[in-house]
Design a protein around this ligand. Sequence first.
Ligand SMILES: Nc1nc2c(c(=O)[nH]1)N[C@H]1C(S)=C(S)[C@@H](COP(=O)(O)O)O[C@H]1N2
Ligand SMILES: [Mo]
Length: 323
Amino acid sequence: MLIRRKRGWELPEAAATPEAVFVQRRALVQAMGLGALLAPLAIDAAQAAEDKATADPSAGLYPFKRNPRYTLDRPITDPKYAENYNNFYEFGSEKDIAEQAQALKIRPWTVKIDGMVEKPFEIGIDDLLKKMPLEERLYRHRCVEAWSMAVPWSGFAMAALVALAKPLGSAKYVRTQTFLDSAVAPGQQQFWYPWPYIEGVTMAEATNELAFMVTGMYGKPVPKQDGAPLRLALPWKYGFKSAKSIVRLSFIEQRPATFWETVQGDEYGFWANVNPAVPHPRWSQATERVLGSDERVPTLIWNGYGEYVAHLYDGMTGEKLFM
Ligand SMILES: Nc1nc2c(c(=O)[nH]1)N[C@H]1C(S)=C(S)[C@@H](COP(=O)(O)O)O[C@H]1N2
Ligand SMILES: [Mo]
């Protein structure tokens, strides 16, 4: 199975702290000269102080009110899968990067808005949360590797962020950029990848009602391994389009060179819309493995979201829309 040891999700959020903190706390207890009997109390006090210092300042905002417009055809995935079976190459190419990802510092976190906009600006994540219309949505997520999950995401419509950015008429694409810090993200020391992780969508995709900026998951701030503190969810596209831990959105005229397209363009194209009839060059996309079950279910074209997005691609016959 995937889960080999106790991980953050098995503990209440406040109890999950990095090893270094335990070491510090042990040193503190020893320095206080307390006997073994009193030590647990001292640990509780140290824990409380520590929780206050490191608590996610947005935690009190959750849960967001669920938008009933977006419904699922399957059960919500148990968070133990969504939070422990991850693709986040910055922290390694395996699925069990959740512990590694705890090294990411998510405050302060500034998002830069630039390119073809009225006036470029930077905004802190907590200020951004104050300006955006917050809601929860149930979405399916389909990875190009043929596994899937169904998740309650918290966040806001990407269209609201686009409106805040005030793009000029000349902007045709929104390019999303993930943080770059190889000291915390060892995967970024792998020089053969074109870091930082870049993805992008057209303006029409960015302002489509489904495009969703994610700040939370399962009614809490989104875990680091799932892309804290700001990621995308583009539920009609393969998962790699949904960039994690975004630091910059640029409004640009040319189609951006995206991470996976640069690595392997014949397998991971720019559009990457889900289609069971178009196989990946190395495997079928006809069915998907539902995380947390032994079931394989048929994959749906546009991942089942055709009524919202199929019209975006009318007449684009020369494009590789499904790869
Ligand atoms: N920055 C960054 N974003 C990323 C990835 C990545 O490696 N780095 N992987 C993508 C892929 S392939 C998928 S399937 C989803 C996985 O999200 P999850 O771990 O929350 O399921 O994140 C996407 N966003
Ligand atoms: Mo993926």
